[in-house]
Ligand binder design. Structure first.
Ligand code: MN
Length: 242
């Protein structure tokens, strides 16, 4: 019995070996025998709309649909790179969409699931932008643009970010400890799983006198990263490319 978690794959046509690793992993025995697969956001580097007719979204939908059809539920929560992903694609890909901050009980243990960006409250500039771009009005305005214009918009954003940080990886502030404790307390959980920060770790902590844990999923820039949750505990490990 095991449940799998991945996040921050940042799949992109420029890193075909990572797309291949994703497809191979979803077809593996470990994935096919799982009780469920959770994808906690930033599956792709940039999502420009469910009507994108590029090869990558089709490959993703094919891989996840096959897993779903093999009897494994696939849950998806958007991240800051793919928050424009909607019901249309979810249907094609066999995903069940989850709201950020959903609590699922895994082997009797209530577990809070988040992408993680809302906990990075020290990054005030990021939170302001997040608030602006997540409104239905802003999303509708972007999605009303022709596909080619959205493609150019995404390419430009990537270029700007690269010029700013000097690399393809963004510098992300870590989660705020107070925001984390408050969010876990409000959700009445002693376990939180999230991604976004690209700082994979299993943090043991104490919340209100009780042992608790915060598990951070790793990114898939150079290799893969998977969390396996069983009735006995958790195992966070890397996946080598081919
Ligand atoms: Mn993210």
């Amino acid at each position: 019995m095991h449940t799998l978690f991945i996040a921050d794959l940042h799949l992109d046509a420029s890193r075909p070996q990572i797309t291949q690793l994703f497809e191979d992993y979803l077809a593996s025995d470990e994935a096919r025998q799982a009780d469920a697969l959770y994808i906690l956001g930033d599956l792709v580097e940039a999502w420009i709309g469910d009507d994108d007719d590029a090869e990558l979204p089709q490959r993703i939908a094919h891989a996840t649909k096959e897993l779903r059809d093999a009897g494994v539920p696939v849950y998806f929560m958007v991240g800051n790179r793919d928050f424009l992903l909607g019901e249309d694609f979810a249907r094609r890909a066999g995903f069940t969409l989850l709201d950020d901050g959903t609590v699922h009980t895994l082997y009797d243990r209530p577990t809070l699931l988040m992408h993680g960006d809302v906990l990075c409250t020290d990054d005030v500039a990021y939170q302001a932008v997040r608030k602006q771009v997540r409104t239905p009005e802003w999303k509708a305005q972007i999605l009303a643009m022709p596909l080619e214009a959205r493609r150019a918009f995404a390419a430009k954003a990537r270029e700007d970010s690269r010029a700013h940080t000097g690399s393809t990886m963004e510098t992300i502030m870590d989660v705020n400890a107070g925001a984390m404790a408050e969010t876990m307390d409000k959700a009445s959980v002693t376990r939180l799983i999230h991604g976004h920060t690209h700082r994979p770790a299993v943090h043991r902590l104490e919340l209100g006198g009780q042992p608790a844990e915060r598990i951070v999923l790793g990114d898939w820039y150079e290799h893969g990263s998977v969390l396996k949750v069983t009735p006995d505990g958790v195992e966070l490990r890397g996946l080598a490319v081919g």
